[in-house]
Design a protein around this ligand. Structure first.
Ligand code: SF4
Ligand code: SF4
Length: 472
């Protein structure tokens, strides 16, 4: 039975409710009055239910689809402006006891060399990331209680926050590790993590169990209820995601929105981010065996409909996607992207040789961070290295209420310009620097409050003279 307030996975993600929503969406995909009604509700920018969003996703009226895209674009502009927050993944260890059918790190894959970074190697990796200009990392590790116990992850976090190299600093460490206990989530919170990220992969229990035949990840309920435990452990910001291509995309689209509704209703705060990865080719993994692949068009529609359904949730797209695809979805609602990523353990210091395929997945967008930053700016976006909210204690419901009141916008834009200026001074190529300095000059006009603008101009001058880490 569907119950949004239930602590049980199979009740807050109800299979019957999803099937019924999908049937409703299918039956109403050309229902103009209903679609107009849903769009009118969406224009109030207070979100949609999973069922309403499913109707928009299925909508086959061309003119209404154009309205959906236009609304997604407008909501993205209203809440996130033209800023795109930058981050990079850092792979700590590819030891894993699980048997995920779509991931080359699965325990039975004997082709890849297993590696786990020592603290000395982490210093080297993070120094390389700092020298690229990154300030925000997402840690990745397989599940292995012997090789990657929670103590190892905590030690890595401490090491990372402690590395200060030239003007570099990692100011926010997000963590993507296996579902764990409330006690371990509490330890992660105490270690000062930003967002706890855990991809559901698929919300369909039957597919989930088939795709995870062995290891502790096999337990659907334990995995699906992990975000509730993370919040019980004091973590305010959690990041959801599904791996599109594993299962029917319509099913997982409804599932992820039901999960967001559950967190908001049951824990008082919705997800901080939603990631939209698509299945990629990797060692020992052939995406062709999964027949649920989605086209770029459907992918763009998913992004637009998520943007409309949960306007307050950041949306992340990684370098799994090509430059062309990222370009297509950025304006529809993406607020965070990775750049210059390496998806193998130790890959920032020693990129993987071609024949040694130990990356978790093939990267489509292989450009350097500097190239990605310049590309964004050429398209009129402001790449942001901001981490201010977490450091000012604006997390969880405090963050959400500020965002909902529209006040956060007064912080984001100045912070984006100041952190971009730091990047330009410390790491950018001459070409990127010249594009960026001109962009900052132009974007100052977006700040309408004269006092704030004056302050930002002063801070930018201070940054040019060598000072760092100003924020609103
Ligand atoms: Fe292990 Fe995660 Fe890969 Fe599954 S997806 S095999 S848990 S690293
Ligand atoms: Fe994100 Fe807060 Fe910075 Fe805005 S001010 S970009 S919401 S960290």
């Amino acid at each position: 039975m569907y119950n949004i307030m239930s602590p049980k996975a199979e009740e807050f993600i109800s299979h019957e409710e999803i099937l019924s929503s999908l049937a409703y969406a299918e039956a109403n995909k050309s229902n103009r009055p209903l679609i107009d009604e849903i769009l009118a509700k969406a224009r109030k920018r207070q979100g949609l239910s999973h069922r309403e969003a499913a109707v928009l996703l299925d909508c086959d009226l061309e003119d209404k689809n154009q309205e959906i895209y236009a609304l997604a674009e407008q909501i993205k502009k209203d809440f996130y402006g033209n800023r795109i927050v930058m981050f990079a993944p850092l792979y700590l260890s590819n030891y894993c006891i699980n048997g995920c059918e779509y991931c080359p790190y699965h325990a039975k894959n004997k082709h890849i060399a297993r590696k786990k970074l020592t603290q000395e190697e982490i210093v080297k990796e993070v120094t390389a990331l700092q020298d690229m200009g990154h300030k925000r990392l997402a840690l990745e590790a397989g599940e292995d209680p012997v090789h990657n116990p929670i103590e190892y992850i905590l030690e890595c976090i401490r090491t990372i926050y402690g590395i200060k190299h030239k003007n570099g600093a990692i100011r926010r460490v997000n963590v993507n590790i296996a579902a764990t206990t409330i006690e371990n989530y509490r330890k992660l919170k105490e270690a000062g993590i930003g967002t706890y990220i855990l991809f559901q992969e698929t919300y369909n229990k039957e597919s989930y169990e088939a795709l995870h035949p062995t290891g502790s990840k096999h337990d659907y309920a334990y995995h699906t209820e992990a975000m509730d435990r993370a919040m019980d452990g004091g973590i305010d910001d959690v990041g959801l995601g599904v791996l599109f291509g594993l299962n029917n995309y319509r099913y997982d689209f409804s599932g992820i929105l039901m999960h967001a509704e559950h967190l908001e209703a049951y824990k008082g705060v919705g997800p901080h981010t939603i990631s939209v990865p698509r299945l990629r080719r990797a060692d020992d993994i052939d995406p062709d065996v999964f027949d649920n692949g989605i086209s770029d068009e459907i992918f763009a529609k998913i992004v637009a409909c998520i943007r409309i359904a949960v306007p307050y949730t950041g949306m992340i797209v990684s370098t799994r996607e090509s430059q062309a695809c990222r370009e297509k979805v950025l304006h529809l609602g993406i607020s965070q992207i990775s750049g210059g990523s390496r998806t193998s353990v130790g890959g920032y210091v020693e990129p993987e040789p071609e024949e040694d395929n130990s990356a978790q997945f093939d990267v489509s967008d292989t450009r350097t961070l500097d190239e990605v930053v310049e590309w964004l700016m050429e398209m009129g976006y402001v790449p942001s290295f901001c981490t201010a909210c977490y450091r000012e204690g604006r997390t969880g419901d405090r963050f959400m209420s500020l965002l909902k009141s529209g006040q956060i916008v007064n912080c984001c834009h100045p912070n984006a310009l100041m952190t971009l200026k730091e990047y330009l001074e410390d790491y950018a190529s001459p070409q990127t620097k010249s594009v960026g300095d001109a962009l900052i000059e132009k974007e100052l006009d977006v700040i309408t409050n004269p006092k704030v603008r004056q302050k930002v101009e002063d801070y930018l001058q201070n940054i040019h003279q060598g000072q760092r880490d100003f924020r609103f």
